[in-house]
Design a binder for this molecule. Sequence first.
Ligand code: SF4
Length: 325
Amino acid sequence: MTDTLLDVSGLVKHFPIKEGVLGRTAGAVRAVEDVSFAIPRGQTLSLVGESGSGKTTAARSILRLIEPTGGTILFDGLDVTAMNTADLRRLRRRAQIIFQDPYGSLNPRMTVFNMLAEAIRVHKLRPRQECRARVEELLRLVGLPPEAADRYPHEFSGGQRQRIGIARALAVEPDLIVADEPVSALDVSVQAQILNLLEELQQQLGLTYLFIGHDLRVVRHISDTVAVMYLGRIVEMGPAESVFNQPVHPYTKGLLAAVPVPDPTHRRKHALLAGDAPSPIAPPPGCAFHPRCPDAEGRCAQAVPSLVERSAAHCAACHVHAPSP
Ligand code: SF4
């Protein structure tokens, strides 16, 4: 057992573009390019960025829900890219995913009991006669009454459905939870409740989280480490407080400027992001952010900047603000 539960190095995911009746490969969508990070056991790393930044594709490639094009993924020291079908089945028990739309991911024809008991039985985690007690225990863990077991998903509110989704993930006793925008579809007041629940469960059960999000307010609340992605690459990564208080990359500053502050006298520290992200089919040369960057210089269009450490464990990829030594 190592202290690092998930160690991702040089992850790449390209989707080939086929054309013509012969289906020739005409190019590729470069969804994830050279992404590396590690998550210590019991901690939370958040991947953040606008839609199309590659964060969800990276997470799915790590679990091999889609096949990565390249890179190394170690889960508890085991090489995920080399896993066979049986190994992957074991991985899928230990690494669970929670989705943005809890309703879409719950079977409307199954009671909550049947959904949770099925997960327990498939992985032979409890004898049949203990399933009821275990399901009720899981419901209590996520703040739902035991009677919820006999109801169907449509009988619950959005927040309650997300609690059921979390209970189903916990049913198989995972080590890692990949939370893919788990509160984006919920009202703001409910978002806070679900985030608090995720934090409590992490402390209680020692869970490790890979959190995917676009809303920096949400991510700040829950993260130990934040990795900001732009057009498939990590452009800044560091301890959450450091990234929020001393952002280095102009893209991170733009994302932070977009976070609403409930104070009419507050003055923005950073410029808002201009324009839309370019297509990952033909990313701009050099730093892919240069067409939108207020600080761009001539060299920015020439070479892709490397991630350079600026302060303790806080690195950024920017020719101007984090120049290579
Ligand atoms: Fe902006 Fe240049 Fe830094 Fe890219 S490398 S973020 S274009 S200043």
